[in-house]
Design a protein around this ligand. Structure first.
Ligand SMILES: [Zn+2]
Length: 489
């Protein structure tokens, strides 16, 4: 009898989960769709503008003495020549060495302003790889299919699209009700820059009493996803948060001496246990609300068999988390990651190390503090006696909401242009200028509206960075529409 009851319960359960999956489809909410007016955009002009922008070598460097500031000056002049209406209509302020703020005053100053962010700087081309490029990285070559060059994806493409859109909106006769700021930092690519341009922009705005309703920066993109028979969509991952990055030095001390009479374990031997401890005791994986939402959004678009899992996440979460931790890119979405990156021991072969150390990079999830990481180190190293100290680091950002006007606008604009488009919240792995805006804004989003493949995204900071020309038209339309919608009231 008990056996029959168990079978019955199991059958009912399977029936319910299968039924849930059947009706787990995209929500059809009419109010979420916008009637999109066609926007006038000029793709050829954009391509010319981007080519010109790539030619200017705005390479940032941690050491300000090594920066060619003339290039930034040239870049500012270039913007002035290329965007006369912007420079006539918007108020321009130079901040720090080469950062810029443009302010387009709205007709109702009592409303919170919005900001569009871009950085002007690019990373250098690695020495010795210049000849691996199909086209010179600072030529901005346009072969009709791609625009090639450093910054074509990160992120002169985005900066130029914003400038073109504002220039065009002024030409169209548009005037904003809310104030719009364009904030162009000059050293986003320099990790932990002491003279961070974005931070100084924020200090300036804060000093003026500015509170922003929304910030839009780089960080997410629109990716075509095609998993045969399961999912076929353009996935727009909008970064609602970014991970923290903390670098610790962990060291072990020992007596040292001559290598001819070594102890059972040298300092490096003990350090090996520390490394093993750190790699074997990872942070616990957890599914933050926005990752759950990401899966749910994607799940609704999947074919029936996949929906059996995605619509029953409430039940299968532990299993899904377990599988995710086995796949590094997936694991990075759900837990703080530990990477042992550098090591040092004795200075010579025949000298026992008196101190051996490693550098560990922790990529932290939102909510994980320095204290949490230190507690984790203490637990993971077990019995080994170590010293640890923080070299440099920052905590993860806060998580921006997915029900704000800005997020809903991005979602509606993207999903209204093409049935295939799907917008979902996402966690950005690297750092962005947007992080600095937390003191003056609660709704910070990281998204570049260019439809690009994962392969192309991987060229960012690498060889043959290039932008597909086919992605330009929709990106320009997106920015014009976003500015119109967001500054409307
Ligand atoms: Zn960037």
């Amino acid at each position: 009898m008990v056996f029959q009851i168990i079978i019955l319960v199991l059958l009912v359960f399977i029936f319910i989960t299968a039924l849930r999956a059947l009706f787990f489809t995209p929500k059809k909410d009419k109010s979420e769709k916008i009637e999109l007016a066609d926007e006038k955009v000029d793709v050829d002009r954009y391509c010319e503008s981007l080519t010109g922008a790539i030619k200017i070598r705005t390479i940032s460097n941690y050491d300000r003495e090594l920066v060619d500031w003339n290039e930034f000056e040239k870049f500012h002049k270039y913007l002035e020549e290329r965007y006369p209406l912007v420079h006539k209509t918007l108020e321009r302020t130079e901040i720090a060495e080469a950062s810029l703020i443009y302010k387009w005053e709205g007709s109702d100053p009592s409303l919170d302003a919005i900001a569009l962010l871009s950085h002007q700087d690019v990373v250098p081309v690695n020495e010795g790889t210049e000849n691996d490029w199909e086209h010179d990285p600072f030529e901005g070559y346009n072969d009709g299919e791609f625009i090639w060059g450093r910054g074509a994806m990160d992120m002169k493409n985005h900066l130029i699209a914003v400038m073109e859109s504002v220039e065009q909106l002024i030409a169209d006769g548009f005037t904003p009700t809310r104030t719009l700021y364009l904030c162009l930092g000059h050293n986003e690519e320099v990790v932990a820059a002491p003279d961070n341009g974005a931070r100084q922009i924020v200090e300036h705005l804060k000093g003026k009493g500015v509170h922003l309703e929304a910030v839009l920066d780089e960080g997410g993109a629109m990716l075509p996803v095609d998993v045969k028979g399961i999912l076929n969509c353009n996935l727009a991952g909008v970064g609602v948060a970014e991970k923290g990055s903390m670098n610790y030095e962990i060291s072990v001390s020992a007596k040292g001496g001559h290598s001819s009479q070594p102890p059972k374990h040298t300092a490096l031997g003990h350090l090996a246990n520390v490394i093993k401890g750190l790699e074997n005791h990872q942070f616990k994986a957890k599914m933050p609300a926005f990752v759950y939402e990401l899966f749910t959004q994607i799940g609704r678009r999947c074919s029936y068999p996949a929906r059996l899992i995605t619509c029953n996440l409430w039940l299968l979460k532990p299993l899904v988390l377990k599988i995710m931790t086995l796949i590094p890119p997936a694991a990075s979405l759900v837990r703080t990651c530990t990477a042992v990156t550098m090591a040092h021991g004795s200075p010579q072969f025949n000298v026992l190390p008196q101190k051996a150390g490693i550098t560990v990079n922790f990529r932290t999830m939102p909510g994980v503090s320095f204290k949490d990481v230190e507690r984790h180190i203490e637990k993971a190293v077990g019995k080994e006696k170590v010293e640890y100290n923080l070299l440099v680091g920052k905590e993860a950002s806060v998580v921006s909401p997915t029900d704000s006007r800005a997020f809903r606008t991005i979602k509606r604009l993207c999903e209204s242009t093409d049935e295939k488009n799907l917008v979902a919240p996402y966690l950005v792995m690297g750092g962005t200028d947007a992080y600095n805006y937390e003191p003056i804004c609660e709704n910070i989003y990281r998204y570049s509206p260019f439809l690009v493949s994962t392969g192309l995204l991987l060229c960012t900071h690498g060889t043959n960075e290039r932008l597909p020309v086919a992605s330009v038209e929709e990106a320009l339309k997106f920015f014009k529409r976003y500015i119109k919608e967001m500054t409307k009231e």
